[in-house]
Design a protein around this ligand. Structure first.
Ligand code: FEO
Length: 398
């Protein structure tokens, strides 16, 4: 991509990664971007870098705007490799006077790149530096996404450079929210939240409160992935408020895998029960849906019903994978239960139920087990399980 001027003398000089399809377990079917920003003032500042293989493109973009050697400051908002991988090469190219980072950022930089003779300067929340006609105010955002993370805010432009927060894994030729369909943009933002930031929801709530109390005026939010919010910053701030409250809709998910279609038959019978109660639902086979797409649906669902047969005294590997991923993302405020077919030992439902309890979900016990192939009576029990969950969903959602 070419450098794009996002505000007068502030450029997006990042790169688009059209080909990435997996981001530590998150399916990035539509690629992503690694955004970096360059502010030109009396002092010139580069905010973040890009993933290492794209360093040449970043430097090429910078050269289209200024001589890299004229850049004074490098601001490291986050040390995860998708933003820091190019730092050694970039520092070599620009020879900055100062490299600003948080306290944890300094530790992380040293852990990633060794004790380099870089001119690191640690900044704290609320601290400001002057670029000349503009100021950069730092706001530490620990664990959003790593302990080192921070935002950079330029009050004169009402511009928040937000690093991972408010981002999306979506490769586009467009740069701004008014150039794409808002519904698709929000869908990518929701997937990103569900798969990356959900476990840190209490911290997102605190951060939003801090931003609101400090009266920070935000006209533009420029994240380090995806589209820049210049027309609808309020829409993404409100969505983060909703998502971080883990508010859900009257919606249920049936997440299942099957061996010889018995658990699948149960899944569809459970769905009939939900339908009878008038509850919206989705039936998601783990053979056909990536764990990270399931997570996107989990974000606003009130109930999760897990269907799995027993295999070798345990559960199918696809279900174990899903539950491991789900547990790490710390969903809350969910009704949950399990069902499945078995041959002789039948442990899967019990094992899934235990995991749901460990996640502190509102578990409906004991779930439902059916030996071998469900007959008419067993399917009626599945329908009743769906109805029971459906009633619980309706009673607990506005
Ligand atoms: Fe986009 Fe936490 O890195």
């Amino acid at each position: 991509m070419m450098p794009i001027e996002i505000k007068k003398d502030i450029y997006h000089v990042g790169v688009v990664d059209w080909n990435i399809r997996d981001f530590h377990g998150y399916s990035t079917y539509k690629g992503t971007s690694y955004n970096a920003y360059l502010a030109l003032d009396d002092k010139k500042a580069l905010f973040d870098t890009v993933k290492k293989p794209f360093c040449g493109q970043l430097l090429h973009n910078i050269r289209k705007v200024v001589d890299p050697r004229s850049i004074d400051y490098l601001i490291v908002n986050h040390v995860e490799m998708d933003h820091s991988g190019s730092i050694p090469e970039v520092i070599e190219a620009i020879q900055p006077e100062k490299v600003f980072c948080s306290t944890m950022g300094k530790k992380a930089l040293e852990a990633h790149f060794g004790s380099q003779r870089w001119p690191l300067e640690v900044v704290k929340s609320g601290q400001e530096i002057s670029l000349g006609s503009r100021t950069v105010r730092f706001l530490e955002t620990r664990m959003l996404h790593w302990p080192d993370s921070m935002f950079s805010y330029i009050p004169e432009e009402k511009l928040l450079i937000s690093n991972d927060a408010f981002g999306q894994h979506w490769a586009t030729s467009e740069t701004f929210d008014d150039q794409v369909a808002l519904s698709e943009l929000m869908r990518h933002a929701a997937k990103y939240y569900a798969n990356i930031l959900l476990p840190y929801s209490p911290l997102v709530q605190k951060l939003l409160a801090t931003v609101s109390e400090s009266g920070l005026e935000i006209e533009t939010i420029a994240p380090d992935h995806g589209i820049i919010w210049r027309s609808q910053p309020k829409a993404i701030l409100e969505a983060y408020d909703t998502w971080s409250r883990q508010e859900s809709q009257a919606k249920a998910l049936i997440i299942y895998d099957t061996m010889w279609h018995s658990t699948e038959k149960m899944a569809h019978a459970v769905a009939s029960g939900l339908a009878e109660e008038g509850v919206s639902y989705k039936v998601l086979s783990l053979k056909h849906n990536h764990r990270s797409d399931v997570m996107t649906e989990v974000l606003d669902s009130r109930a999760l019903l897990f269907g799995c047969p027993t295999l070798n005294n345990g559960m199918l590997p696809t279900m174990a994978d899903m539950l491991c991923y789900l547990k790490g993302l710390k969903p809350a405020n969910k009704i949950a239960t399990a069902f499945g077919s078995y041959g002789w030992s039948g442990e899967a439902v019990k094992l899934i139920t235990q995991q749901l309890q460990e996640m502190k979900l509102d578990v409906l016990e004991p779930g439902l087990r059916v030996q071998y192939v469900p007959d008419h009576e067993a399917l009626a029990q599945c329908v009743e399980l769906g109805r029971q969950v459906g009633r619980a969903v309706k009673e607990s959602t506005p």
